[in-house]
Design a binder for this molecule. Structure first.
Ligand code: CP
Length: 300
């Protein structure tokens, strides 16, 4: 693939290739080995929305491979504040760099940018749309910690309506034939188009509001934040906020691991962090080798 825009652009073979390459990158990600395979290459980082993990793991990945980065962490430090439009910005940065990573609050932005520039474009999250690099690191985490993804039952929990990570992940899990359950309040159910696509692909999904329905048989509890910033009406957010809290008491007897793309607010109690259930910090680290694999495969 030239661009990394949507997980739907990947075949299962493409995903398996990246996961295998990520495994080879792990010693470099852990600084046990040195690499200069992207020496002289520059990655443009255009973050119009806040980020910690995605931005910093891309920077780390690029630097571990001997390359460097330029860009901005908030549009407020770019010429967007003077009124420059997105098209002009990306055309300029496309001439300065060898690839662009972009996060934006508007769905479809990364695809649009990929049509404006000659260099490869990576979608680091576009509104409630997709977050394909997060999905690849989620799959990598499952494979590294639990083995064959095909054999897993994954419960996706929380904000399934606006959560771009769960939109991307559900398509990828369907490709692997993994079983899925969707757990959310009625107001935050998975969008109809995602359910339709999964059903057309012959995937049956259990939907429930009660997390206890999945605790006994899920291998992975993939928890997401209820995202205040995506609600058109703040009152609606306040009604649903705190709908799910996972703590070590609730998990007692379950054999599942707990994953979360982070940041969390109050969905996972801190008493889970140092138990065998809590794998979200390890998951965040795996963002580095996975993004190294992506950069190595798209930057020429
Ligand atoms: N998981 C994720 O996208 O985190 P950030 O918003 O911190 O990049």
């Amino acid at each position: 693939l030239k661009n990394i825009i949507s997980i739907k652009d990947f075949s299962k073979g493409d995903i398996e290739y990246i996961l295998k390459l990520a495994e080879e990158m792990e010693p470099i990600a852990r600084s046990q080995e040195k690499s200069s395979i992207l020496s002289g290459s520059i990655l443009g980082m255009l973050f119009y929305e806040a980020s910690t993990r995605t931005r910093l793991s891309f920077e780390t990945a690029m630097k571990r491979l001997g390359g460097s980065t330029v860009g901005f962490a908030e549009a407020g430090t770019s010429s967007a504040v003077k009124g420059e439009n997105l098209t002009d910005t990306v055309r300029i940065v496309g001439e300065y760099t060898d690839a662009i990573v972009i996060r934006h609050n508007m769905e479809g932005t990364a695809r649009y940018v990929s049509e404006m520039v000659d260099v490869p474009v990576i979608n680091a999250g576009d509104g409630a749309g997709q977050h394909p690099t997060q999905t690849l690191l989620d799959l990598y985490t499952m494979k590294r910690l639990l083995g064959d993804i095909e054999e897993l039952h994954v419960a996706l929990i929380g904000d399934l309506k606006y959560g771009r990570t769960v939109h991307s992940l559900s398509y990828a899990l369907a490709m692997f034939g993994a079983r899925m359950s969707f757990v959310s309040p009625p107001e935050l159910k998975m969008p109809k188009e995602v359910l339709h696509d999964l059903s057309a692909a012959g995937v049956n999904v259990q939907e429930t509001e009660d997390i206890r329905d999945v605790l006994n048989y899920a291998d992975v509890l993939y928890v997401t934040r209820i995202q205040k910033e995506r609600f058109p009406d703040p009152q609606e957010y306040l009604k649903i906020k705190g709908a799910y809290t996972i703590d070590s008491q609730l998990l007692k007897g379950s054999e599942a691991i707990v994953m979360h793309p982070l940041p969390r607010v109050d969905e996972i109690s801190h008493d889970v962090d140092n138990t065998p259930y809590g794998k979200y910090f390890q998951q965040a680290f795996y963002g580095v080798p996975v993004r190294m694999a992506l950069l190595k495969s798209i930057i020429r």
